[in-house]
Design a protein around this ligand. Sequence first.
Ligand code: PHE
Length: 340
Amino acid sequence: MKETIEKLLAEVEAFIPKSAEELENFRVDLLANKGKVKALFADFKNVPNEQRKEVGQLINTLKNKAQEKVDEFKAKLTSSKNQETTIDLTRTATPLRIGSRHPISIVRNEIIEIFSKIGFTVSEGPEIEDDWHNFSALNFPPEHPARDMQDTFFVESESGEMALRTHTSSVQVRIMENQKPPIRTLSPGRVYRNEAISARAHCFFHQVEGLYIDENVSFADLKQTLLYFAKEMFGEKTEIRLRPSYFPFTEPSAEMDVSCSVCSGEGCNVCKYTGFLEIMGCGMVDPNVLENCGIDSKKYTGFAFGMGVERIAMLKYKVNDLRLYSEGDVRFLEQFKSAF
Ligand code: PHE
């Protein structure tokens, strides 16, 4: 028996497992319930008295050595296994594609922020409008070309003919009908016009229109408000220019240009060598419009303005094709990631 134990002891000392599986077999063979160590303890009763002490110690040594081996290699084998599978927490993570804000949203939000600093609130209205809110209340004569099928998408409905709004001035009519001056509001939103799609025109685009009505509002207020906007939007050095124009709902009406941000007014192909870029229409609200909406035009005056968000975004980001905004191409959209 002594020899058997010593042979086993030598085997245990020399044992170096190559895998966790090999180690487990070793453990089962020696230490499990039906293992060799248990069998030796069972045979112990046959050992003559004078050898008992020595053999007992030998079996215990064997048991302890085997257990030490198992413990030692168990730790080594599992920790090397861990190195293959666990994550290296010190490594930089693979960047997640988190999407980006659409340039139209970025610019729209910027316009809203600039005007909200001087007390303008935001109002919204329906995209499918009736003739009154989109045209009639705004002083469009019945034969006005903007009502023509060429420009407007008409929609059939049970409540008569409706149209996709051609501008967000329709929202301002709704505000004037429902609120008492002073009114200071912005109406951002999508508008529709029946135009052939090209790099410079689309059948839908986005506007931000503004309206300010109170006692004694003058053209000087309009000019100063728009100068403030232009400087905030395009930079402190920006200059504005107002050119006489015509809109049915404003009198007098003007178109506003800003000095070209690309060439700083020197002349380049973006501003077609004029040094200026047209960015919006504006004017004093026609008294007829105020009366149409139930506002006393003897007591109140106001100004209104409207701009295309796509156009401002084109100038700001030097985008040369309007179609890019609605094609959803991530290669285009991803470029606006840092502009949150
Ligand atoms: N509603 C006009 C348009 O869509 C813009 C505008 C608004 C002009 C307010 C003057 C005053 O073109």
